[in-house]
Ligand binder design. Structure first.
Ligand SMILES: N[C@@H](CCC(=O)N[C@@H](CS)C(=O)NCC(=O)O)C(=O)O
Length: 220
C-alpha cells in the first residue's frame, strides 16, 4: 500500500522506531525513513518532538510521537490485518503485555547497550551494564510462562500482535550483539522458539531498515 505522505523519523538501531517500521511492514504500508544520527540530532527533530526522541511519524502535517501511540494510529488507519485481538479483555491483556515488553525488556536491554557504548551516566553503579544485562535475562522465565499460558505461537496466543512486534528488536539484536544473553532453548524453549519465529517474519527485515540521513543543521 503506497502512502508516500508518511515520514518516519528513525534511526536504524532504535528499538522503538524499529517496532514502528515493522508494524508498517506488517500492514504493507509504504513510508519514507528520515534517518537521524543520534549523536547529532537535527534541530527539526526537537521542533517536532520536545523530547528529541524517535520515532516521530509525520502524517500530512500532523506529528505523532510515542511508539505505542503511533501503533494505535497505524491500527486505526490500516485495520487489516488486525494486530490486536478483537475481544476487549484479550486486547487489554495483550496491550498490558506490550507495555511490559517495552518497559521491562526492550528498554532494559537497549539501555545496557547504550551504557556499554557510551559509558555509565553520572550516579550509575560501576557494574550498571552487567546489572541491566542480568535483568534482561531474568525476563526469560517470565516470558516462558506467558507463552505457556496462551499456548503460543505468539505471546497472546494464535494471533500475532503489537506485543510480539515490541519484542522483535530484541529477538533480532540480542543474538547479534550479545548472544550469551539470548534465551537458551534448553532452559526457556518457548522463548527461544518465539524469538526465532519473530526473526522469521518478513517484517523483521524492517528492523534493519535505514533511510537517507537527515543532516544536522550545523553540518549543512
Ligand atoms: N517511549 C518512547 C521511547 C522513545 C525512545 O526512547 N527513543 C530513543 C531511541 S530508541 C531516543 O530517541 N532516545 C533519545 C533520548 O532519550 O534522548 C517511545 O516508545 O517512542
Amino acid at each position: 500500500m503506497t502512502n508516500s505522505s508518511l515520514k518516519l523519523w528513525s534511526f536504524q538501531f532504535s528499538p522503538f522506531a524499529g517496532k514502528v517500521r515493522a508494524a508498517l511492514s506488517e500492514k504493507g504500508v509504504d513510508y519514507e525513513i528520515l534517518e537521524i544520527n543520534p549523536r547529532k540530532r537535527p534541530e527539526r527533530l526537537r521542533e517536532l518532538n520536545h523530547f528529541n526522541r524517535v520515532p516521530v511519524l509525520e502524517v500530512d502535517g500532523a506529528v505523532l510521537t510515542e511508539s505505542a501511540i503511533i501503533c494505535d494510529w497505524i491500527e486505526e488507519t490500516y485495520p487489516d490485518p488486525a494486530l490486536w485481538p478483537e475481544d476487549p479483555a484479550a486486547r487489554a491483556e495483550a496491550r498490558a503485555t506490550a507495555y511490559w515488553i517495552d518497559e521491562q525488556v526492550t528498554k532494559v536491554f537497549f539501555a545496557g547497550m547504550i551504557k556499554k557504548s557510551r559509558g555509565p551516566a553520572e550516579g550509575d553503579p560501576a557494574d550498571i551494564v552487567e546489572q541491566l544485562q542480568a535483568k534482561t535475562v531474568r525476563r526469560w522465565p517470565m516470558i516462558e510462562a506467558m507463552l505457556a499460558k496462551h499456548g503460543g505461537p505468539w505471546i497472546a496466543g494464535n494471533q500475532f500482535t503489537y506485543a510480539d512486534l515490541g519484542a522483535m528488536p530484541d529477538a533480532v539484536r540480542i543474538p547479534q550483539w550479545v548472544p550469551e544473553l539470548a534465551p537458551d532453548p534448553a532452559e526457556t524453549p518457548l522463548v527461544a522458539a518465539w524469538f526465532e519465529a519473530l526473526r522469521g517474519r518478513p517484517s523483521a527485515a524492517a528492523i534493519e531498515a535505514k533511510g537517507a540521513e537527515v543532516v544536522a543543521d550545523d553540518q549543512s
